[in-house]
Design a binder for this molecule. Sequence first.
Ligand code: BMA
Length: 373
Amino acid sequence: MLKFTSKILLFIFSFILFYACSPTQPAQKKISLVDKKASTQVIELYKKLEAISKKGFAVGHQDATSYGLGWNYKNDTTKIQSDVKKVTGDFPAVFGFDLGWIEIGKEYNLDTVPFNLMKKLIIDAHKKGGIITISWHLNNPITEGNSWDKTPAVSSIIKGGSEREKYELWISRVADFLHSLKNNNEAIPVIFRPFHEMNGSWFWWGGENCNPKDYVTLWQETVELLRDKHNLHNILYAYSPNKLNPTDNYLTYYPGDDFVDILGIDIYDFNNAEDYIKSVKQDLEIVKKTAVEKNKLYAFTETGLESLKTENWFTKVLYPTIQNSGICWVLTWRNYDTKHHYMPYHKQLNETDFIEFEKLPNTLFLKDINSIN
Ligand code: BMA
């Protein structure tokens, strides 16, 4: 038997030898997720997003398969369609859904998508290799008005608040839905993006309607309810403020490194390409810098130009602005009707431009992300 001191020397020697022989590549930074018990699929999703960001960016669409111009899945569940697919021949890589109204026990969300069909579409998107991102336009818990009812409510739903019990019930309904997302008995990994655009004052959880301290508490307690009380381990959490105004700080409402997996931002083009390009460039630079410091991924969580009236918007406005930004994905908002849509459809002004956009080297649609390992 070796003597104790010899054992220590042997250990130190093996340690030095091991590192001396290791490849010279810099050590990969360790992934640190909000959920230390995150499923293998969640870890794989995170790595996939990282791999995507090195090749370009995944292209996403809100309610991509739920409805589009002239069709609605709930009226014909025999085929799964998408305006993006109709125009380009491929599905988007990211599929956005919204859980608004699940909290009040409705059978359909605030945009009339039935939750049982949403579940089918999420499972289908996952089976296709797509990435799922879920927002939540929840009602105001004080008034039961919608998300845009500005009556302050956040302090009432955090621990000790008068509506806490109601909020816990609401969360349990969200949890039940997220628990039900299964493929071959395995939980489908999703990106959850609640309480978005909190630096604006249009939702009850943001700006003048809520103070940042309570917002952070609400976020942290929401994560704890989903992760620890409801044992959900299929979630990545995304934080997404709206476009930063000159006095805004990206981190004012930041719930902390232990409560956020992906940094995001929402910026729309309000028919002013010049302003849009400037804000997107400026703000994505801030998001990138913050994400790099924190060793987290980042994404352009919502964007678009309502009705797409600017010609060549995708190739001339969006693409050059985000091409080298390092985002994992960009998601445009929903195609509701001819006045409220953010992706082209057949004969829409930007149809051919979007076909060109799909062919560009950095735009990754469903087939493209399926060939990334
Ligand atoms: C908004 C609009 C609304 C919609 C909401 C949630 O930006 O599209 O019509 O209800 O998103 O999807």
